[in-house]
Design a protein around this ligand. Structure first.
Ligand code: NAP
Length: 556
């Protein structure tokens, strides 16, 4: 057993163990350290960054705008860091995270190159024990997952995948040492947000790129732009207001919405003018035009048609444009998460870029030694990228055994329904927190992560102040949150996601059925619910002191 430095007198090696050195890991170090407690963050990667250390595919960048895709606990950090663009590339975001770790002296709390392969609640000691891939064991009073809600790759079961002679890998496992694809034939399976970012960059130097598309997406334009000194000054003069906007927005973004008007109450010409005027890039368009795009089917159809028309304008070949464009009859806007593009459609106008529609025209049959076989042809490649998405929300938590009361693993508990309390606690798993777990909202992630970290630290603060040893998440509270989340979900157009394999319902997974994974009642109302819970003393949790016998064992 490895013993480590301790900042306070708990029974374990640390007060809190966190898995994941991305935004969640950094936020938790800050908030838990503020309580005067010890915290250790483990990550299997060789650097901090989470998503931004793994997703090294060409073109990887944020879809949130830089200046609110960040942690907000320190006004100094917000003032000192300078973003170079509207959407930073992956390296810039990772550099920002290194800057935070440097400035806040977080590195001593972070242990990289360390995979946790098992986590177990030890009821007889009232603590958690984690085991690393090297067999080291660490214990802590609190166990926290900061593993990310879109981090566990979804590898499809396509026959023959082990046969291909060249490099074949998931997009989030793009080789860290880099990959020379200049002049090579590249096949990309999948046409989601990752491919939309990757294609234009890869197409610039690859010999050819072929995208295998099953379902077309509503793609919004990113409209990248450089940060100017004037824009940066305006942002930095307004940071408190920007942070408040994110906290009070339905998707945790610094947007000016609701706007107080609906498509269905607006005459067609005026509606068109508003759509056009706001066609300035980012998800803003969805939120800063009208308030009913995600609620009213008719408004959604009109908005989807507008986007589809814009997409078509950019593709030279009308037949190809047809294949790339969804319609409301396929699925409503936002039943799948819309990607943002930086030249995706223009890439299809190049001679070296090809689309294979595997839904309507050429179903995919297998992967061969030399490429991809469809019902119509053998497509030869040097490299195949599986841009096939992720096991969102629960995948990382199910990838290795996390055992709570009675030895039950999360992945067993979540076979039928991924039940959770506000995405942060799970009944049967005492003293465990999940950052952006199932049934949390889908929103600007740093905003949600920080709101979760604040709630977690307030809960831990109460535990420590009151000398509590254990909290047990209440079954009843879990049932209530799960039912409320399902009820809200059923009233939204996102409910259609199971028809088109949306990861937002886990409908892209081949190991589980579709389910309600996201709280769509509004991130702002969800943050309100977290604050209310903390203000009322966390009624979702039952707090306990251990008997003197157990404390004696724990302390020994
Ligand atoms: P995704 O949106 O789930 O797309 C996966 C693609 O793979 C889809 O086109 C899917 O087709 C296809 N696919 C899956 N299994 C397949 C199979 N067996 N055969 C053929 N095609 C298959 O995944 P993603 O593009 O990695 O994006 C996932 C999420 O990650 C995004 O929505 C976003 O939230 C996040 N992301 C964010 C950024 C950013 O913010 N900058 C960038 C990339 C990703 P179907 O649609 O038919 O299922």
């Amino acid at each position: 057993m490895t013993t480590n430095d301790k900042a306070s007198g708990t029974a374990g090696d640390y007060d809190a163990i966190v898995i994941g050195a991305g935004f969640a890991g950094l936020a938790l170090i800050h908030y838990i350290r503020e309580l005067g407690l010890s915290v250790r963050v483990f990550d299997r990667a060789s650097d901090i960054g989470g998503t931004w250390t793994w997703n090294r595919y060409p073109g990887a960048a944020t879809d949130s705008e830089s200046y609110y895709y960040c942690l907000t606990f320190s006004p100094e950090l917000l003032q000192e860091w300078s973003w170079t663009k509207r959407y930073p590339g992956r390296e810039e975001t990772q550099n920002y995270m290194r800057f935070v770790a440097d400035k806040c002296d977080m590195w001593p709390h972070i242990q990289l190159d360390t995979e946790i392969v098992e986590a177990e609640y030890l009821a007889e000691r009232g603590c958690w024990q984690v085991t690393t891939g090297d067999g080291d064991i660490f214990t802590s009073k609190y166990f926290i997952s900061g593993m990310g809600m879109i981090s566990e790759p979804m590898i499809p079961k396509i026959p023959g995948m082990d046969r291909f002679k060249g490099p074949i890998f998931h997009s989030s496992r793009w080789p860290h040492e880099g990959l020379d694809y200049a002049g090579k034939k590249v096949g990309i399976i999948g046409a989601g947000a990752t491919t939309v970012q990757m294609l234009p960059v890869v197409a610039e130097t690859a010999g050819s790129v072929t995208v295998f598309q099953r379902t077309p997406n509503y793609v919004l334009p990113a409209m990248q732009k450089e940060m100017t000194p004037e824009w940066e000054k305006e942002i930095k003069n307004n940071y408190p207001a920007i942070v408040a906007k994110c906290r009070n927005h339905v998707f945790g973004m610094a947007f000016d919405s609701p706007v107080g008007r609906n498509v269905m109450d607006t005459p067609p010409e005026e509606r068109q003018r508003i759509f056009e005027e706001n066609w300035t890039g980012s998800f803003r368009w969805v939120f800063e035009t009208f308030d009913d795009l995600l609620a009213s089917p008719e408004a959604n159809r009109i908005a989807g048609d507008f986007i589809a028309a814009k997409m078509r304008e950019r593709v030279n070949d009308p037949a190809l444009a047809d294949l790339l464009t969804p319609s409301f009859d396929d699925y409503p806007l936002f039943a799948k998460r819309p990607p943002l593009d930086h030249g995706y459609f223009e890439a299809f106008n190049r001679d070296n870029v090809h689309l294979v529609d595997i839904r309507k025209q050429e179903p995919l049959v297998e992967i061969t030694e030399t490429g991809v076989r469809t019902t119509q042809a053998d497509h030869e490649f040097d490299i195949i990228v599986l841009a096939t998405g992720f096991k969102a929300y629960t995948g990382a938590l199910e990838a290795f055994p996390i055992r709570g009361n009675g030895g039950q693993a999360l992945r067993e508990k979540w076979q039928e329904q991924s039940a959770c309390i506000m995405g942060v606690c799970v009944a049967g798993f005492p003293n465990m927190f999940t950052v952006t777990g199932p049934q949390a909202p889908f929103a600007n992630l740093p905003t949600s992560i920080e709101q979760n970290a604040i709630w977690i630290s307030r809960c831990i603060g109460k535990m420590e102040r009151e000398g509590m040893d254990i909290f047990e998440p209440r079954e009843e509270a879990e049932r209530e949150w799960t039912a409320a989340t399902a009820d809200i979900h059923g009233q939204t157009l996102m409910n259609e996601g199971d028809k088109v394999n949306s990861w937002m319902m886990g409908a892209n997974r081949d190991d589980k059925g579709a389910r309600v994974l996201i709280y769509f009642g509004g991130a702002n109302l969800y943050y309100d619910a977290l604050d209310k819970s903390a203000a009322e003393g966390f009624p979702e949790l039952e707090f306990k002191k251990l008997s003197a016998d157990i404390c004696a064992v724990a302390a020994s």
